[in-house]
Ligand binder design. Structure first.
Ligand code: AMP
Length: 227
């Protein structure tokens, strides 16, 4: 990537929208590496709370394992704390938040209070059959959150994270029943955000099936203009 590209999105506030398995985490990792944006994944934060057996983790574990959404008030409070802790001028990517209209309204109110406008909401579109293929073959590193796939993104050594050497796991919510539930929850509760952000002129939809590097190029084009 060129110097110009590297600088253009630093400091931006971006929401990645899309169904589970659409590639939000993968693209957020690219954006973080490219522009030094903070990657704020509500799923990763909640899984760390569960691992630490904190009050929040104990309260949210059941919802997560069933593929249901954690109640809005818990998530909104958690994100208020997280966003307030960021230094002025810090750019970030929100991955997995907001997921309901109530969360989006709360985010708008928070950002208005701290004067951090959202620059763009990028919606990654992927058909259900492909989402199910991706989620059911997904393996993750519980230590550094790196993501693999049993067919298309295998680690160098079977079952071991390339980045940190930890043993890979399958998330409980990547089992078939929870996947079906998550896709239903997405359609009922998160998909309405597409219209929400369209009405506010923030939404850009990208085809999430064109390949990881190509999606990253499209995101660059959207945020920075040009090819
Ligand atoms: P993810 O890693 O983004 O797929 O999130 C995993 C799980 O964490 C979800 O299925 C929910 O149970 C919970 N979760 C993550 N983000 C949110 C959110 N914004 N609102 C409610 N629940 C969430």
């Amino acid at each position: 990537m060129t110097e110009q590209r590297s600088a253009c999105a630093a400091g931006m506030h971006i929401v990645l929208l899309g169904a589970p398995g659409a590639g939000k985490g993968t693209q957020a990792a690219y954006l973080k590496a490219e522009w030094g944006l903070e990657h704020i994944s509500t799923g990763d934060i909640l899984r760390a709370e569960v691992r630490a057996a904190s009050d929040l983790g104990q309260e949210t574990q059941g919802y997560m394992e069933r593929g249901e959404l954690v109640p809005d008030d818990l998530i909104i409070r958690m994100m208020e704390d997280r966003l307030r802790s960021l230094g002025a001028g810090t750019g970030y990517i929100l991955d997995g938040f907001p997921r309901t209209v109530a969360q989006a309204e709360a985010l708008d109110a928070m950002l208005a209070r701290i004067d951090h406008p959202l620059h763009a909401v990028i919606n990654l579109e992927v058909p259900d059959a492909e989402l199910i293929r991706r989620l059911s073959g997904r393996r993750v590193c519980p230590q550094c959150n790196a993501v693999y796939h049993v067919d298309t993104m295998r680690p160098k050594q079977d079952g071991i994270c390339d980045r940190c050497g930890a043993a890979l796991i399958q998330r409980k919510d990547d089992q078939p029943e929870a996947i079906a539930n998550r896709l239903e929850v997405y359609k009922a509760q998160t998909q309405p955000l597409i219209a929400y952000y369209q009405q506010r002129d923030k939404l850009v939809t990208i085809d999430g099936t064109i390949g990881v590097p190509q999606v990253a190029v499209e995101i660059h084009r959207v945020l920075c203009g040009g090819a």
